[in-house]
Design a binder for this molecule. Structure first.
Ligand code: ADP
Ligand code: MG
Length: 279
């Protein structure tokens, strides 16, 4: 019933990182109870993210990275604290209202793709639009655009088990972005891919970020994590470090062409301050 137009809703935050918060987490707690014991998966997390940021989330296994992303993606509710998304407290919304915000504003990419096995690539990509009530004709147009844009035009009728890992993840990214979300959350999106395919997927996500979408990506890989302009390190459910990196992104290789060695530019300081960004 909601006819969502192809343009961003008016409440979309300005695209410059002028200080307007897109996301504000204050005092977020998430505790899982298992029998007698409890796990503090998120412990007093405060976080502020502005529109268009590219943030990597790193930290050891069990440190709360997925829980943080699930809370941000409205897939999980915190036990305490507040989550403000685009100026609105989304922690107090009903499940239906949360589903609507998720549908219109948030895309989620998972390590194991989470595609619907019996649906084709095209049908998987169309799914969020079906759920949002977008008319069939518009769905077809947008799916065709997405398939072409993600290099999947010749795979439209393939089911997930007929696709490679990289193709599956591209379908998943197309599905996650078909509603033109303002926020893209990726939980170890390259975890099931070989390095070369993983890098392709990262470049896709980075291109989407360059187009304006805020990107939060969990990764184990220091080299990948170091490509983001901001890196959050989690430990025992808390944000242990939050550092901004001056990155010359390997995603946009502006390598000096080796044509004129005599006109070498003057020595420049290394543009990255990430000591361990490249191993
Ligand atoms: P990470 O993604 O950093 O590996 P998680 O966010 O998945 O960590 O988990 C953080 C902690 O919360 C871990 O100790 C994990 O075992 C626990 N946890 C996560 N989800 C659940 C759940 N649904 N039930 C119980 N414990 C959970
Ligand atoms: Mg995880």
């Amino acid at each position: 019933m909601n006819t969502h137009s192809a343009t961003r809703p008016p409440e979309a935050a300005p695209d410059t990182a002028c200080g307007t918060a897109q996301i504000t987490l204050s005092g977020i707690e998430r505790v899982f109870h298992l029998g007698d014991s409890s796990v503090h998966a998120l412990a007093h997390v405060n976080l502020r993210i502005t529109p268009g940021e590219y943030v990597s989330v790193m930290g050891p296994s069990g440190s709360g990275k997925s829980t943080l992303l699930n809370v941000l993606g409205l897939l999980d509710r915190p036990d305490a604290g507040h989550y403000e998304l685009e100026g609105r407290d989304v922690t107090t919304l009903s499940p239906d209202e949360q589903a609507r915000v998720r549908s219109l504003r948030i895309g989620f990419v998972f390590q194991s793709f989470h595609l619907v096995p019996r649906l084709t690539a095209a049908e998987n990509i169309a799914l969020p639009m079906v759920l949002a009530g977008i008319p069939a004709r518009e769905r077809e147009t947008r799916v065709a655009q997405a398939l072409a844009g993600f290099g999947l035009a010749d795979r439209a009728r393939h089911r997930p088990d007929q696709l490679s890992g990289g193709q599956r993840q591209r379908v998943a990214i197309a599905r996650a972005t078909i509603m033109q979300p303002a926020l893209l959350l990726a939980d170890e999106p390259t975890g099931n891919l070989d390095r070369a395919t993983g890098e392709e997927v990262i470049r896709l996500l980075e291109a989407l970020n360059a187009g304006g979408v805020t990107l939060l990506m969990v990764t184990h890989d220091a080299a990948l994590g170091g490509r983001a302009r901001r890196r959050i390190l989690m430990q025992d459910g808390a944000i242990e470090r939050d550092e901004r990196l001056l990155v010359t992104s390997p995603a946009t290789p502006h390598e000096v062409p080796p044509e004129k060695p005599s006109e070498k530019p003057p020595e420049q300081p290394p543009a990255t301050v990430a000591p361990d960004a490249r191993a």
